[in-house]
Design a protein. Sequence first.
Length: 362
Amino acid sequence: MSQNLRETTSKKLYQMGKEIVEQINEEKKPSMKIPVRSLSNIKWDETNKLLTLGDKKSKRHFFNVGHARKFMQTLLIASFCKDIVDENIHASIRDMYYNLKHSIGGSKENTFEEQAESDPLIVDIETALQTLREQLHLLADRKGVVVGNVVVEDRGDSINWSKLGSGGWSIPSVVEDIKFEKVDADFVLVIEKNAGFERLHEDKLWKKYNCILMGTGGQAARGTRRLIKRLSDEYKLPVYVLTDSDSYGWYIYSVIKSGSMALAHASDELGTPSARFIGLTISDIKDYKLEKSVIRANDRDLKRAKELLEYPWFHHKEWQQEIKLMLDKKIKAEIEALSSKGLKFLSDTYLPEKLERKEFLP
């Protein structure tokens, strides 16, 4: 992160504390404004095709018995973040939790009981200060892997994504400081399943099609989503996403494309509206004769599918048809269903045909 951005983040954190001190000095009841992150304040930006956070805010009061604990915890986290930003060091969100957890003198209370208390407060600070967790120098666990004809510089080390063996490069949670030294690729292929990534990597699909192959291991982590966004914006690379043919896989795609409700405030940095869906669809089950490999959709799957139907970002005719087809047939399929046609069917037949026909959903 650049020095200017660090200084800006530090000033925002300082100002947050300064406002509380000024309220106390003026003998006012200390309070802070936090943007509302509930569904009622999530908006769909039709122009930019992204989920965004609305303008609603709530007040957190120190002298409100229902707010006091969160008020204290929020300031502890903000103070911790200012210290590490000023020192230009990073800490994991787990390290932060343990660093701040202690008994409060003269009471039987602890500052935190579990990490589930601190994690959402980090997002509160992000939204209140209009910054990102990455700019607060907080790290999450690495999740996601990538391979391709790309060379990056990461903290002074030159890393060639094409020369890291079967494992690929483990995507860090903060990718903002990564510098691209060389990017030789025609598109980015993102696959939900680790097993699918391993299959395509072993088959060297990324070499054959000169693409960047990325595995998310389920819902894409923030670092992975930001890396996809950077490759799309900075190198104008098309992004194609491959997930299971079910309501949860399709939502994973939509998060990569349009952002998530939980992180609507960060959609500009994490969403890639130009992304396209390459598969797996319900229609593929018939087209590729996968009927023997389908799974009966359960009530939870169907409920989620009905929710997708109502989301504005799934209002495209093609998506409405696929979702309704799932609801009508009450079936779903995993990427691994393609293996029933042969272990290399995914890399030798399915993806080549999809790419050649440019058969993508919006």
